[in-house]
Design a binder for this molecule. Structure first.
Ligand code: CDP
Length: 223
């Protein structure tokens, strides 16, 4: 039987990554930020001087993905985010990144008891039978402010209005694409974090996820 999976999808800078990390720590599960796979692919294309909208360039980068670079600051830049969103619309690129995500889910690293995966299409395409699904969203201005703060914390100074514009543009493109668009799965619970700090958002996420996982978890989850 496949280990338990929590799918956390949502809009850009909605807090899904932080929530996914905290859920993983709480349940002792492995965490995969699937956005990093798209950002790493984008970085590969940009560094090779390629075009992220061109299938041959994007596919070559997806196939040569260097996971060792997953922690690099450059991945957080708008240029990489925008390029990631562009190549994420190409079906063959998504297919090339699908195997890694399914492997992670079927065999969570470190012999973890389960997996938490965050992204755009985890509950709809990557793992439609996930045991618990969240769709995380917040007002665009709130998300832009959080992303602006996050970037400032990393030493990247940005204009907040531009951050907002970039997020809104990227969400619209992610929702409009034909392949694996950003959308709430029918059986996903909506979590609006507009008025929630991280602790309150985590408590709300846990309250939604825990009952759904209960049937699958034999042992009592760690606190
Ligand atoms: O952190 P943020 O929410 O801004 O973005 P991300 O999760 O790192 O994803 C960057 C881009 O990759 C998104 O705008 C999507 O176009 C794409 N992506 C995707 O298509 N499917 C996923 N499962 C994850 C990311």
């Amino acid at each position: 039987m496949r280990p338990p999976v929590i799918a956390v999808d949502g809009t850009a800078a909605s807090g899904k990554g932080t929530l996914a990390r905290r859920l993983a720590a709480y349940f002792g599960f492995a965490h995969l930020d699937s956005g990093v796979l798209y950002r790493l692919t984008a970085l590969g294309v940009l560094e090779a001087g390629g075009d992220p909208g061109l299938e041959s360039d994007a596919l070559a980068a997806a196939r040569a993905l260097d996971q060792a670079r997953a922690g690099e600051l450059v991945l957080r830049s708008d240029a990489v985010g925008a390029a990631a969103s562009k190549l994420a619309a190409i079906a063959s690129v998504r297919a090339a990144l699908l195997h890694y995500q399914r492997q992670f889910i079927d065999h969570p690293p470190g012999a973890a008891a389960g997996a938490v995966v965050d992204g755009r299409d985890i509950g709809t395409v990557i793992c439609p039978d996930a045991d618990a699904k969240l769709f995380v969203d917040a007002a665009p201005e709130v998300r832009a402010h959080r992303r602006w703060q996050e970037l400032a914390g990393l030493g990247i100074q940005r204009n907040e209005a531009q951050v907002l514009e970039e997020l809104v543009h990227r969400d619209a493109a992610d929702r409009a694409r034909a392949v694996a668009p950003l959308r709430q799965a029918q059986d996903a619970a909506l979590l609006d974090t507009t008025n929630l700090g991280i602790d309150a958002a985590f408590a709300a996420a846990l309250a939604l996820v825990e009952p759904r996982l209960a049937a699958k978890l034999e042992a009592k989850p760690r606190g």
